[in-house]
Design a binder for this molecule. Structure first.
Ligand SMILES: Cc1cc2nc3c(=O)[nH]c(=O)nc-3n(C[C@H](O)[C@H](O)[C@H](O)COP(=O)(O)OP(=O)(O)OC[C@H]3O[C@@H](n4cnc5c(N)ncnc54)[C@H](O)[C@@H]3O)c2cc1C
Ligand code: SF4
Length: 571
């Protein structure tokens, strides 16, 4: 029973509620507060204040008890999150541990989460590419899922808007399949990355190797200084939280900006259990929250609700929001809620060596991570026996090794003078997967978590299309590596489960038709117009681009629409 004594209903009433304070929730909060709405941001995790709560940010390698490794016991206790490349001693405190928040894997799914103020925005790898019409037209052209109710032109000015504020470094490459944006200077490719670019672009028209675009302030603009952020120092210790605000996170950027308006109330430790639906009014009226620490039940009310709990948790909250009108989850007239979930196929890598350009080495670090090969398969016509395509990362580094034999002075001398070896080169695939009804998340009927919320069952897998795409990537990258004269080429079939790409999307998809989708073109529920979903749950298809920039643009666009509808008296 809701505790109605803690304060009056009026004190628990806001203009807007945002569920989740990660990348998308931070943007929703900023945009709502800027437009003058009294906004409550509910976050299930603890508070994390910019700089103050980055305990490892300035630690030297030798100051870590385990030299930034995690003890065997921690890895044994956390078999899922330990698979994430960033789960180390310096950032482990920002990851959900396996036992803290169990879920049911009907099929293997590595669900990587960050439950705190800022969500995964503290941890992300900051790769940011726009979608193009090759992506938005994909389902209609290739006959899967449903047609996106928008096109690139609908989102373009919102990409401009979020890029200017967040700070995105990149080159203007002039590629229709990967539109240019409001970029700060890009990070240069190193000599071998440039060499690979020339080899590939000379031999294969239509294939490009560009500098990866990333959410780093390579050259601060007044808007970044106003946020209290400054130039990225290229330390590449970002997952610890950055004291310079050099990369974009909710903690360094959108949340403090929203707070400055005086309109935001941020309530950490607030587990949203469900959204409250009023049958008489035909609209959502608020949310039911369980206090993370006291387990007290509290209700909060608002005119509009933005659901930004990250794709799978947004599905969970909506599925758990049942009423007579919506017995199978809020807004679920189409019976598609929880279905058509998809992800990115990161299941293969190729490594090699390059024995040329040995007069060169690299100095310093590149926070963008190197090169990016935009999707080139099946762009203009269907040319393979699988649908859609893949983008790929590409990076080169000069290997170093030191003779570790001997003792005393000799050993010190050889450790201090490592020998440079050949260049190492590597690539990983980022493939589009096809959303299908049989890829779903659902509530378990019996098991609940410590806050009384049903556990989630996840049933998502690779399919034949993914396997064919993976083989094509491996064959194609191997061939391109051979063309570039690389040696010792190794194919790595990663065999990782879905989820580890950390790009899960869908379940609450957008579409033209209320019979086959949950959201309309404004990320607004067809059936419950004062509820908006602007995180990865809204995605009708997945494309190959890293998705978070698109969630930011959706959030800003959708808030603009919602507030204008409120002003017109329509919401
Ligand atoms: C190591 C790593 C690397 C990545 N690299 C990239 C990249 O290079 N590019 C890219 O685009 N993306 C990347 N991602 C993915 C990116 O982090 C996510 O796409 C992005 O954070 C999603 O934003 P969000 O707002 O949907 O979710 P989140 O940022 O996860 O925020 C969701 C918030 O909601 C809260 N929440 C959940 N349930 C509830 C509830 N019931 N009640 C209240 N609050 C709740 C969570 O605690 C969390 O704070 C990466 C992720 C990781 C971990
Ligand atoms: S690379 Fe840039 S953003 Fe990352 S920690 Fe260093 S200064 Fe901060």
């Amino acid at each position: 029973m809701a505790n109605l004594n803690i304060d009056s209903e009026k004190d628990r009433t806001y203009d807007a509620i945002v569920i989740g304070s990660g990348i998308s929730g931070g943007w929703s909060a900023k945009e709502l507060c800027e437009r003058g709405l009294k906004t409550l941001v509910l976050e299930r995790g603890r508070d994390v204040k910019h700089i103050k709560d980055y305990p490892t940010t300035n630690m030297y390698p030798w100051e870590f008890e385990h030299r930034n490794e995690l003890p065997y016991q921690v890895k044994q206790e956390n078999p899922i999150v330990s698979k994430c490349y960033a789960f180390h001693e310096d950032a482990a405190h920002f990851f959900v541990k396996d036992k803290e928040h169990p879920y049911i894997q009907d099929k293997p799914f590595d669900w990587i989460r960050g439950y705190q103020v800022g969500g995964k925005s503290l941890l992300w790898a900051r790769q940011t590419q726009r979608w193009s019409d090759f992506d938005f037209e994909g389902p209609a052209r290739d006959g899967f899922a449903v047609d996106w109710p928008i096109r690139y032109a609908d989102l373009k000015s919102w990409y401009d808007h979020v890029e200017r504020f967040a700070g995105i470094a990149g080159d203007r490459d002039g590629l229709p399949e990967l539109p240019d944006g409001e970029f700060l200077p890009g990070y240069p490719l190193n000599v071998v990355e440039k060499y690979f670019k020339q080899s590939i672009e000379g031999k294969y028209p239509g294939r490009k190797v560009i500098s990866a675009r990333c959410a780093h302030i390579s050259q601060p603009q007044p808007i970044h200084i106003q946020q209290g952020r400054t130039q990225c120092q290229n330390r590449t210790l970002c997952q610890r939280g950055c004291p310079f605000g050099g990369y974009f996170s909710s903690n360094s950027s959108t949340l403090p900006w929203a707070a400055k308006t005086g309109k935001m109330t941020l309530r950490p430790d607030s587990v949203v259990h469900s959204i409250l639906y009023d049958e008489g009014k035909g609209r959502a009226i608020g949310v039911k929250v369980i206090d993370r620490n006291t387990k007290e039940e509290i209700e909060f009310y608002a005119r509009i609700i933005f659901v930004n709990a990250a794709a799978i948790n947004t599905n969970l909250i909506l599925l758990n929001s049942t009423s007579n009108r919506f017995p199978n989850g809020l807004g679920n007239d189409s019976e598609t809620l929880g279905k058509y979930v998809a992800f990115h196929n990161y299941n293969a890598r190729v490594y090699a060596e390059y024995e040329g350009l040995l007069d060169f080495k690299t100095e310093g670090r590149n926070p963008a991570g190197g090169g990016y090969i935009p999707r080139f398969r099946n762009l203009h016509e269907q040319e393979t026996d699988y649908l859609r395509g893949y983008a790929a990362g590409f990076g080169a580094w000069r290997s170093e090794s030191a003779d570790q034999s001997g003792l005393g002075k000799d050993l010190k001398t050889s450790l201090l003078n490592p020998k440079l070896g050949n260049w190492g080169v590597g690539s990983h695939m980022m493939g589009e997967t096809i959303p299908k009804a049989e890829s779903y998340v659902a509530l378990d009927k019996d098991k609940k978590d410590d806050w009384g919320v049903p556990l989630l069952k996840i049933s998502i897998d690779y399919d034949e299309n993914d396997h064919k795409m993976k083989k094509d990537y491996l064959d194609t990258m191997e061939e391109m590596f051979k063309v570039a004269g690389f040696s010792n080429i190794r194919r790595d079939e990663a065999w990782q489960a879905p989820g580890l790409d950390i790009h899960e999307m869908g379940g609450v998809r957008m579409g033209h038709d209320a019979k086959t989708s949950v959201l309309n073109k404004w990320n607004q529920m067809h059936a419950v117009p004062n509820v908006f979903v602007t995180d990865g749950a809204c995605m009708t298809s997945t494309s190959t681009q890293n998705p978070s920039l698109t969630y930011m643009a959706f959030s800003a666009r959708s808030v603009d629409y919602a507030v204008s509808e409120m002003k017109k008296g329509n919401l």
